[in-house]
Every structure is written in C-alpha cells, then in structure tokens.
Write a protein that binds this ligand. Sequence first.
Ligand SMILES: *Cc1c(COP(=O)(O)O)cnc(C)c1O
Length: 433
Amino acid sequence: MADRERIVALDKRRIWHPYTDMDDYRARVDPLVIARAEGAWLEDVDGRRYLDANSSWWVAALGHNHPRLVRALVEQAERNCHSALAGMTHEPAAELAEALCAVAPEGLEHVFYSDDGSTAVEVGLKVALQYWAQNGRPERTRFVALEDAFHGETLGVTAIGGVEVFRKPFTGAVAEHLHVPSPTRAGSLDAACDALARTLAEHGRQVAAIVVEPVVQGAAGMQIYDPAYLREVRRLCDEHDVFFIADEVFTGYGRTGPMWACEHAGVVPDVLCTAKGFSGGMLPMAATLIAPRLFEGFRGGAERAFYYGHSFCGNPLGSAVGLEVLRVFEEERILERAKPKAERIARAFEALAGLPHVARSRSLGMIGALDLVGDANYLARGGWAVYDEARARGAYLRPMGNLVYVVPPLNIPDDDLDRLLGIVKESVEAVAP
Ligand SMILES: *Cc1c(COP(=O)(O)O)cnc(C)c1O
C-alpha cells in the first residue's frame, strides 16, 4: 500500500482531530499527508507542494524549518533536551528571558515560561487572581474580556473566551465573567469605550483584570479594531486599579507590523502573553511577561509564592530556538522586510473586496482576510469551497467558516507571496455563484 493510504488509514482509525467534525472528516476529507516542510511550503508524501497560507495555524512566523532554527535545535538537543526550572536553571532559558525583556514593551521585567498560548494566558489570569487574593482585594475575582474573544483551550481561558461555538458546550462548567463588545462589534470606537467604562463603573471593584487580544481578534475571524481602544483599556485599568492582560499569542512577533500589536497604541500592559511565533512555530513553548508590581506582590513568605509550573516549563530546546528566533528577527531585519510584503497583501485583498460575493475584506501587517457573502458563523461552509480550489492550485488555505484569510510567514519570499495571493484571487473568483 502506498504511504499515503497507509497513513490515512491509521489516522482515520485512531486520531481525533482538533476542531474537526469527525464524521465529515472520515467520510469526506482527503487530508494532505505532509512529509516535509520548508519556508512557506508544505510537501506531501507524493512530492506535491503547497504554499502554507496560514503558517500552520499561525505559528511558523519565520517559515518552516528555518536553517538557523533547526541548527539551534539540533545543537541544543545534543547538549540537553530537557532539565527542569525547579531549583535549577540553564543558559538558554536565562538568555532568552533577558532577550525577550529587551524587545518587550518597556516595564515588563519578569518572564514565566509555559507550554503554549493557552497556558501563557492561564498564567496571566492566575497571577492576577492570586495577586489580589493576597494583597488585600480578594473580591477581585472577575475578568473583563471581549465578545468574540479567543484565548485558548483550557477551561480557565475558555471561561473568558467569547466565540459561541467554542464556549457553548462548557457554559455550565466555567465561571461567568464580563464580556464587552469590541469596537468592531459595538459599531464604533466610542460605543465600545462607553460599554467598557460602564462595565467597570458597575463591576470594577470585583474585576481582577481586563484581557484583550490587541488590535486583531484572530479566531473571531481576523477582526481588526482601532488601536485607540487599547489606550482606553489602559486608562480605565489605571482608573479602576485593574490589571491589563494583553494576549499577543497571535499578534506578537510582528504579525501586525510592529513587534507587538500594543505598540500600535503606545500602551504597555501589565501582563503580555506570547507563544506561536515565539518559538518560531517549531516547539510548544510560551512565555508570560509580567510587570514588577505583580511580581512584588508574591514576595514576603512561602505562602505567597506562585505555585504553578508545567513539567516542560522553560524547556531547553524551546528556549534555544526561541533565542535564535529573536536573533533572526534582528539580524535578518524581519519586521522591516515584512513591510513591503504587507503592502502586497493589502493591495491583493483590497482588489478582492470588489467581487460581488465578497462581503468585505481587510488587512493589517502580514494578515489578509475576506468574508464571503453569507453567515459569519465558524460552522459556515463557504470557505471550504475556496479551500478546495486553492488546494488544486497548490496552496493550503484553511478557512474559518466563510472567512478566507492568509497569515503567511513574515519572511515569505516575494515570489512565493505573489503566487499565494494569485491562488487566493483565482480560488475566490472560482467560487463565484
Ligand atoms: C492560538 C491562540 C491562543 C492559544 O494558543 P495555543 O498555543 O493554541 O494554546 C491564545 N490566544 C490567542 C489570541 C491565540 O490566537
């Protein structure tokens, strides 16, 4: 039996796929079977190549298998694959923490490592809750998050999530927090700021922190909002003495232009969560950057310490790669060189907005997105017709419902990018009713 059939048969027998209707998958889906990956390309077991339009779920910020990252990984693997941070340390984790703080918004001075985006946010939530619990305000137990927010998969972050289909099965089991409309949802910046101000006026004394995805709500459907909103978040946090947690898991590492999306607004959060591009998309590894006030609130006795930490916290492989990622960002001038690429994406998506079956399009940095006319629900199927067209043309263009989007590596070569944008155009045109 060919590799492909054998692998797919094993897969369909055993693997429960993420975010997947398994009946549909088993009956209808002919999955790509990837054997290799390089740069913006995925190659299947039969040698067919596909441009990876979403950087494998938004993680491969520097493309697949960047030679420098692979080298850093192999060299570290030969020395030490894993030793814990429990009463010990190691050079890659220490160097990475220093390098990360150097590129972080000024004022974030402490680094807590964990495994992925969900845990990076979970750390932020727990740090905020415990801070208040032991610093005289135990009634501060609620979070304010945006409607349509996405902060990951654990029950803790599901509670602050707002995407209806992801949250609904668990509503009985997760704490009730306060959800406010984003500027996109509220219809205007002023309306969103008013809603947030009203929520804090009413409940501010019970609020531990406001949690937001700055500027772009990714899983909500690449909803881009006015950065001025973040200044209002910062102002209201200060006014009500509430922490500001920025979930930059998707938006960090230059995805929206600057290193951090918070920079669009010139604000510094109290907690900043990073993952995905943080490890160049090579390893599950994340960090939560924390302001000194929070750190100080855990001093003064063993009972005040933060009793939290995953087995692989500060994993040396992830740390070595994460450190090399930052070096590549600097030495290969990734942010600067992404600018003209971002302009190409913007032009391509603007041009598609004119099609009658495209409801609207938008772009920011290395993100381009369009909604096909129809339902905005995650379960809508329109984007999958575009997926099939793109796949036949050599691109992996996984949609979210009727949303068709690209999130390519920041360093995608111009000719690959033009080819990808060409495939997006042809594929969207091909599904015109
Ligand atoms: C992907 C994502 C997460 C969760 O990250 P995982 O690594 O999948 O756990 C959290 N927040 C945002 C904004 C994300 O896009």
